[in-house]
Design a protein around this ligand. Structure first.
Ligand SMILES: [Zn+2]
Length: 233
């Protein structure tokens, strides 16, 4: 099979929805093709993230007992064949997974578009003579810079390396005016790409930027802990 043909079966492969032969074919290709390997990783991540958020639909009352009885080989009023139950369960699982996948893919696409727009904005901003860049430093290791242009009031936090804040937590960016921190958004670092967080503000009002660890998904109205990274503006 060609790279293009393999690509089309990656989603099914990532969901364990291919037969044994196809699985071997894909796996052989993955060893030689980093592009497809990366795609499988992304698909699995998306599916897993989605699976965690997929609402569980309760089966109609009686179905569970009936199915269990049928699996045990007991006679039930409807006599559902075992093979049919297995097929039905697999199909239901696949439909849920695919619905989740297409949802997460569209979300992924929107995220990619936002990332592209942010990259373009960053490139445009860095090209201006009035733009400045500072590096945030503190108690966590990372490569976190804040690029901003006081004239156009555009800024961008650029995170190229920073450890995960931990389960249920996010990093929150603050612009500090005097003693008052104002939230400028939350983010989670990504292992495989830079994270860009656009900020629009009148930077003349602020003396510092800081990042603290707060609760996911939206952060806090005020910092609940000391900043892990900061810099004066
Ligand atoms: Zn490939």
């Amino acid at each position: 099979m060609t790279h293009e043909e393999i690509r089309e079966s990656l989603a099914a492969y990532a969901l364990d929805a291919v037969d044994e032969d196809a699985r071997r074919t894909v796996e052989t290709h993955l060893q030689a093709c980093s592009e497809c390997a990366a795609e499988v990783e992304a698909l699995r991540g998306a599916a897993a993230a989605l699976a965690a958020g997929v609402p569980v639909v309760a089966p109609p009352p009686g179905l569970r007992a009936q199915v269990l009885a049928a699996v045990r080989g007991e006679r039930t009023t409807t006599r559902v064949p075992r093979i049919w139950i297995a097929g039905l369960a697999a199909a239901a699982g696949l439909i849920i997974a695919l619905a989740g996948l297409s949802f997460s893919l569209s979300r992924e696409l929107a995220a990619q578009r936002a990332q592209l727009a942010a990259q373009e904005q960053l490139v445009a901003m860095v090209g201006r003579p009035s733009a400045r860049a500072i590096t945030l430093q503190g108690t966590v290791e990372g490569n976190v810079r804040f690029v901003y242009d006081p004239q156009s009031r555009q800024g961008m936090l650029v995170v190229t390396r920073l450890r995960d804040p931990g389960r249920g937590l996010v990093y929150q960016l603050w612009l500090v005016a005097g003693q008052t921190p104002e939230s400028a958004g939350v983010f989670r670092p990504a292992p495989d790409r830079p994270v860009l967080l656009p900020v629009t503000a009148d930077f003349g009002r602020y003396g510092a930027v800081a990042i603290s660890v707060e609760r996911a998904p939206v952060g806090a109205p005020r910092p609940t802990s000391a900043p892990v990274l900061s810099s004066s503006l």
